[in-house]
Structures are given as structure tokens and as C-alpha cells.
Design a protein around this ligand. Structure first.
Ligand code: ATP
Ligand code: ZN
Length: 483
């Protein structure tokens, strides 16, 4: 099957837009660094998840068979992101008086539930670090055997000096790299820039496994090299993650895999950050809003629309205005789609050439935007252009075939690719059910009016208006609208 027009992606490794050509025609292997599951996801995590969900969905739209692997870190991610400090999960376990694995499981499910409400597809494989200790040990052994790692007193370090390309992803030169580790560790490492592959478990450390170097636990970076290679094979196509992970995490992933003789990712995709007041939203900084809290009050599809309205490589500033703009922008598209679907119920057969031309032209514009490094703002602009044409056409009569073509475009592009219009999966109410329920309400109002019970019909209208629903009497009958 052909994948249509060429797709260009911005590859961080070469700092250029490159034509995307998968290693195996028709198939794509993609790995995304997933969450460390020690607390609820915030909207920054959602930007990351939605960005690569859209990438995955567009690849599927183009006809690729995609294997999407995204890990869950449940051990080894230490508080200061380097080789020091407590394990994030263990610290939380002590705080919540839970077993570390209870913490991991709790936030694991909550993470995927939250993302599911945003319409993010589940990974095909979700490997957990604690479930892949033997694979990580095997990779560390390969690195020791090939002279790229060394053990000191139960700790194993990667020797960055032994891997000449170290720094190629982040464009850092080894000599410029900051040397800022604690005294005792510095003495143990041959080079202060070396990073831990395996750490000795000190007394009281809850998460511990036997290894050739004694009882300990893996460093944070090694899981992603071991698990991506296991499920996607050497030289897999796409590695994705947040820009904040480029260094040291992704640099380390490349070093661990390539130094052991494995081909690693062929394209590197990084999303930029979601900010609040100009600063990266982050658990560590405490300036975050959990997705759970946000979704308790807002339509998940509006949140998703807000996230896809900016390019994945752009910063997304989260504030009231952005939210209000997303809310009205999304409503414009959704209302047009609803109206098309409503009209389809009673439309006569027939075509509307002008609208069909617009559907074709805006589909091409949408695809061209997405083929240019997943330019979602441009793709959404194409949907707005389509919506303008739809609204103009709907002022007159539009035949069934054309309505179906237009609905198909919204569903395939906005729905299938951008993941919008998915009220049901997103945890909202099925719009068809809502329509039927409203028919019942409107029938009740109609019968009040026929029986001259105007106080009751007025009270009903008032109650609806308090719920944000306005009624409109049109020549086709009474319609409802969410304000
Ligand atoms: N503000 C943000 N905007 C976009 N992506 C983000 C943001 N914060 C985290 N991410 C991405 O989410 C993914 C999972 O992050 P991870 O669980 O490692 O975060 P964390 O270190 O626990 O939290 P934080 O960075 O908030 O302190 C990573 O790919 C990361 O780049
Ligand atoms: Zn990773």
C-alpha cells in the first residue's frame, strides 16, 4: 500500500526536516518515553502525550502499520534527575504509606485513564522498568564486556569518554559538560560525567534486585535502551519524547545502545514544553495543574483542541485566554459537524459541487500541513476553512452525498487524525443520545404549550438556560444549543 505524499519530520539528531522513510516499507516502529508514575499527570504531560498520539494517528491515516511502544518508569528515576537522591516512587511510597508498587500501579492506571479521556490511544506495548530487570542487566553486561562500562563497589557506570559520539543528539561537547556531582561520587567515577547504569541498594532501599554486581537497582536511562530494542529491534524508526529529556536521558539512551553495538532510533522527535506564566509546567517546580482537576470542569475535547492548536515543537502557554479561544474554536468545528449530521437525517439525495470541491481542497490542505512535520495549526486552519464553506452551503439545501462527504472529512481528519469529536470515548455523553434526550425534553415543552401550561413551559426553558442550554425556534422546528 502506498503512503501517499512524502512526509517530512524534523529530526533533532540532524537538526533538519528529513523525508520519513521507515526501515521496513509500510511499517513504523515508534518509542515514546512515558511517565514516571509517582503522581497525577499535569497538562504538560498531556501536551507530550497528545503530540505523539497525533503523530501516531497520522502515520496510521497514511496507511502505515504502527507499533507504538511507550514505557512506564517505576524504578530508578531519582529525585535530582542525575545519579543522586531518593527514588521518586519510593519517596512517594513513604509519603502515602504505600508499597512502592502500589504507588506505581495507582498512578499508572490514573495516567492512562486521564489520557484516555483526552482520546489518547493506548500504546501497543507498555513495558515497565521493573518488569525488564534481566534485559537491563544483559545490556549492562554487554557494555562492560565491550569496555564501555565499569563497576566500582556494586555500582556500574557508563564511561562517556569511551563513546566518541556522546553529545551528538544534544549538540554538547564533552569538554563543555558541566561537572557538578557530589564529592564521594566523583571519587568513585572515573570521569565525573559518567552516569550510573546500575546502583548498589543501600540499607533500607525498598526496590532491589540481584545482579552480577550485588543487590541493587537500574539507573533511569538504561530501561529505555533495553526496552525499545527489545520490542522494536535494532534500528527502529522513531524515538519521541519531551525536549527536556534530550539531555541527559536521550543522549544516554543512544550511548548505551550504540556502544553495545546496536543500531538505535533513525529519527528523533521532541516536543516543546507547555508553560504557565512563561515557565515550564513541572511537578518538581510545583506550578502545575493536574489533568484530573482540569477535566473535572472542562470538556476533554476542548483541552485536546487547545493542545493541538499549537505545533508540537512550539511552546504552548496555558492561560485563560488560550482556553477561551480553544473553547470557542472547538465549538465552531463541532457545531458544524453536528449540524451536518442533523441535516443528514432528512436530506434528499443529491450533490453540492461547490461544497464537494471545498471538501477535496481542504482535505489536501490538511494533509499537506500534516506532511510538513505534523503542522497541526495549519491543519486546523484547513478545518476552519472547510467550516466556513459548510456554513455557507448549509444556508441552502445540501444533498445527502455531499453531507456524507463533508461529515467524512471531519471524522477522518479532525476525528481520526487529530483525535477530536470523540465525546463518547473522552468520557462525555454520546451526542446522539443527547439529541434523543433533548427531543424528549422538547416534546414535553411542546405538550405544555399545546395544553396552554405556559408557566410550565417557561419554567422548563428557564431551567435549561441555567444549564447553559438555549432553545431556538427555527422553521425546521425547535433546536437546542449549548452556550
Ligand atoms: N511542561 C511540560 N510540557 C511538555 N512536556 C512535558 C512537560 N513536563 C513533562 N513533560 C514530558 O512528559 C514526559 C514524562 O515526564 P516525566 O514523568 O519524566 O516528568 P517528571 O519529571 O515526573 O515531571 P516534571 O518534569 O513535571 O517534574 C516527558 O517526555 C516529559 O518531557
Ligand atoms: Zn526514555
Amino acid at each position: 500500500m502506498s503512503q501517499g505524499e512524502a512526509l517530512y519530520v524534523f529530526d533533532t539528531l540532524t537538526r533538519s526536516k528529513r523525508e520519513f522513510v521507515p526501515a521496513t516499507p509500510g511499517h513504523v516502529g515508534m518509542y515514546l518515553c512515558g511517565p514516571t508514575v509517582y503522581s497525577d499527570a499535569h497538562i504538560g504531560h498531556a501536551k507530550n502525550q497528545v503530540a505523539f498520539d497525533v503523530v501516531r494517528r497520522f502515520l496510521m491515516y497514511k496507511g502505515y502499520r504502527v507499533r507504538f511502544v511507550s514505557n512506564v518508569t517505576d524504578v530508578g528515576h531519582l529525585v535530582d534527575d542525575a545519579d543522586e537522591g531518593e527514588d521518586k516512587i519510593a519517596r512517594r511510597a513513604a509519603l502515602e504509606r504505600l508499597e512502592p508498587m502500589e504507588v506505581a500501579d495507582k498512578y499508572y492506571w490514573r495516567f492512562f485513564d486521564d489520557m484516555g479521556r483526552l482520546g489518547v490511544l493506548r500504546p501497543d506495548v507498555t513495558p515497565r522498568a521493573t518488569g525488564h530487570i534481566p534485559e537491563q542487566i544483559a545490556l549492562i553486561e554487554e557494555l562492560i564486556r565491550t569496555g564501555h562500562a565499569y563497576e566500582v563497589d556494586g555500582n556500574v557506570y557508563f564511561s562517556v569518554r569511551s563513546f566518541e559520539p556522546y553529545g551528538k543528539l544534544s549538540g554538547r561537547n564533552l569538554d563543555e559538560l558541566e561537572v557538578g556531582t557530589r564529592e564521594d561520587v566523583r571519587e568513585e567515577k572515573r570521569d565525573p560525567r559518567d552516569f550510573a547504569l546500575w546502583k548498589r541498594a543501600e540499607h533500607g532501599h525498598l526496590m532491589r534486585w540481584d545482579s552480577p554486581w550485588g543487590v541493587g537497582f537500574p539507573g533511569w536511562h538504561i530501561e529505555c535502551s533495553a526496552m525499545s530494542l527489545k520490542y522494536l529491534g535494532d534500528g527502529f524508526d522513531i524515538h519521541a519524547g519531551g525536549l527536556d529529556l534530550q539531555f541527559p536521558h536521550h543522549e544516554a539512551e543512544i550511548a548505551q545502545a550504540e556502544a553495545a553495538g546496536h543500531g538505535f532510533a533513525r529519527y528523533w522527535l521532541h516536543n516543546n514544553m507547555l508553560t504557565i506564566g512563561g515557565e515550564k509546567m513541572s511537578k518538581s517546580k510545583g506550578n502545575f495543574l493536574t489533568l484530573r482537576d482540569l477535566l473535572a470542569e472542562h470538556d476533554p475535547m476542548v483541552v485536546r483542541f487547545l493542545l493541538v492548536s499549537s505545533h508540537y515543537r512550539s511552546v504552548t502557554e496555558f492561560n485563560e485566554e488560550a482556553f477561551a479561544a480553544a473553547s470557542s474554536g472547538y465549538a465552531r468545528l463541532r457545531d458544524a459537524l453536528r449540524e451536518l449530521e442533523r441535516r443528514l437525517e432528512s436530506a434528499p439525495p443529491g450533490r453540492h459541487p461547490l461544497l464537494e470541491d471545498a471538501v477535496a481542497a481542504q482535505t489536501r490542505a490538511f494533509e499537506a500541513a500534516m506532511n510538513d512535520d505534523f503542522n497541526t495549526p495549519e491543519a486546523i486552519a484547513a478545518l476552519f476553512n472547510l467550516t466556513r464553506e459548510v456554513n455557507t452551503a448549509l444556508a441552502g439545501e445540501v444533498g445527502r452525498e455531499t453531507l456524507e462527504a463533508a461529515i467524512g472529512a471531519y471524522r477522518r481528519l479532525g476525528g481520526g487524525v487529530l483525535g477530536l469529536f470523540n465525546e463518547q470515548e473522552a468520557g462525555g455523553v454520546n451526542p446522539q443520545l443527547l439529541d434523543t434526550l433533548f427531543e424528549l425534553v422538547l416534546e414535553a415543552r411542546q405538550s405544555y404549550r399545546l395544553n396552554k401550561q405556559f408557566d410550565k413551559s417557561d419554567a422548563l426553558r428557564k431551567r435549561l438556560s441555567e444549564l447553559g442550554v438555549t432553545l431556538e425556534d427555527t422553521p425546521q422546528g425547535t433546536r437546542w444549543k449549548l452556550s
